[in-house]
Design a protein around this ligand. Structure first.
Ligand code: ZN
Length: 134
C-alpha cells in the first residue's frame, strides 16, 4: 500500500499530541480489514508512543518524569541547545506498530497514539504504512 503522511503542527516546546483519530482515518481510507499499521516519525527531536488517552494526567506524568530524567538545562555536549530533545526522542523511540482488526486499530480501551514533540513548535510528519494481511 502507498505511504500516507500525517502532518502534525506542535504549538509548544514539549507536547504530546493525540493522533489516534487521524491514524484511524488513514486505516479507514485504506480499506484494509486486517493487517498492520506501522507508524514512523522521521525526526531526531520527536518521538511516538502509545499510552493512556483517557486521563490526561498520565501524559503529564510521563512528560514530567522525562523532564526530571533529562532536564532541558542539563549539561550536554551537543551545542545546538536541544540535546535533551534528542535524548527524549531516543528514549521514546521513532516507531510503533498497531494491529488492524476488522478495519479498526486494535488498541486497548484506554490506549491512544501520541506524537511526542520535544523541540517545538514545529511542523512535523508521521509516516504511515498499512500492510494488508495475506
Ligand atoms: Zn540538535
Amino acid at each position: 500500500m502507498a505511504l500516507s503522511v500525517i502532518e502534525v503542527s506542535s504549538t509548544s516546546t514539549q507536547q504530546f499530541i493525540d493522533i489516534t483519530d487521524r491514524v484511524e482515518e488513514v486505516v479507514r481510507k485504506s480499506g484494509v480489514r486486517n493487517g498492520i499499521c506501522f507508524l514512523y516519525v522521521p525526526h531526531t527531536t520527536a518521538g511516538i508512543t502509545i499510552n493512556e488517552n483517557a486521563d490526561p494526567s498520565v501524559v503529564r506524568d510521563i512528560m514530567e518524569t522525562l523532564e526530571r530524567l533529562v532536564p532541558v538545562n542539563g549539561r550536554y555536549r551537543h551545542l545546538e541547545g536541544n540535546a535533551h530533545a534528542h535524548i527524549k526522542s531516543s528514549i521514546l523511540g521513532h516507531s510503533v506498530c498497531v494491529l488492524i482488526e476488522e478495519g479498526r486499530l486494535g488498541l486497548g480501551t484506554w490506549q491512544g497514539v501520541f506524537f511526542c514533540e520535544f523541540d517545538g513548535p514545529r511542523r512535523r510528519k508521521v509516516l504511515v504504512k498499512i500492510i494488508r494481511e495475506q
